[in-house]
Design a protein around this ligand. Sequence first.
Ligand code: FAD
Length: 326
Amino acid sequence: MKIAIIGAGIAGLTVAYHLKDFADIVIFDKSRGAGGRICTRYAKPYVFDHGAQFFIARTNKFKNFLEPMIEAGVIQSWNAKFVEIKKDKIISRRQWDNDNPHYVGSPTMSSIGKYLSQDLNVQLNSEISINRSKDHWQIVDKEGSDQGVFDWVISTAPVSQSAILLPVDFKFHETLLSRKMMGCFSLMIGFDDSLNLAWEAALVSEADISWISVNSSKPGRNGSFTLLVHSTNSWAEENINQEKDAVIEHLMNETSKIIGKKVYDANHIDLHRWKYANIKKQDVESPFIDENNQLAACGDWCIKGRIESAFLSGFDLANEMRSLIN
Ligand SMILES: Cc1cc2nc3c(=O)[nH]c(=O)nc-3n(C[C@H](O)[C@H](O)[C@H](O)COP(=O)(O)OP(=O)(O)OC[C@H]3O[C@@H](n4cnc5c(N)ncnc54)[C@H](O)[C@@H]3O)c2cc1C
């Protein structure tokens, strides 16, 4: 049994990890590294986790899955000084601790994808599409080269991309079309010297920014002082096609106002645009398996825009698939 998985994010890696002893699996991802939105941007001497910031494990399934990575030090608890900021005023403070861990990858968020993919067949830099070939699926890359024939294809791409990748007769195609993900801008700022803020992670409300973290305060970073800023989803949606410089200028101004310090003399400033960053909580969460077509789809968009949701969608799908392919 040959299975192609589209996407080496946490959902795709989870499916592969749990099915690898039952099928011949190849994961294809268009990116340069595994991990999907759990990712890291390097700009020497700076390092930025420009996607997911941290995560919490609520379910035992997820806790068990994380255990070996915690033991290996690939995942560590980020015991940040956390604040909530309303406009430009701090309204609450809390110290994150080991009793209620806020996990991050260490030394970077991308360490998680690297760790999980080490024993899997992951084809990177492979943006692929699928074609029906008799009773199989043929995988073709962007250059049109044949990447093999598979019995099953599982898409873990963000929902709008999955809707394009999978044929219209996929049993759940209408559902895919009805789900909408939201955008986000990540502003990455690197400094020569520390800004000496009184906090390391800030949840922001009543502004066009929703999150600011001292990225360099996460465990294992040891690098120069960095801030990572996320716009709100709603501001990103309204400005998704804006010029990069205009977005940077607005978010830099907002950041200065919120933290009460000028950030314009930073040494490094860059922006990443996420067209599909996350999704609100969904009512129907079941894995989407179309047995007749031998196609399936999962990802955070099945449940909620969180790492644990992406994991659970992949875990549940793998469990159901096991009984189908055995
Ligand atoms: C800015 C931002 C901040 C976030 N903050 C947090 C947070 O603090 N905590 C938290 O829990 N979650 C957070 N999230 C959400 C979290 O990152 C996601 O829920 C999770 O990583 C999704 O995993 P996934 O495997 O479902 O999808 P992805 O990680 O998106 O993986 C899908 C993969 O499919 C690949 N792909 C798509 N199309 C193709 C194709 N045609 N061919 C080959 N490959 C393809 C992509 O390259 C990608 O790697 C954040 C996300 C963003 C963007």
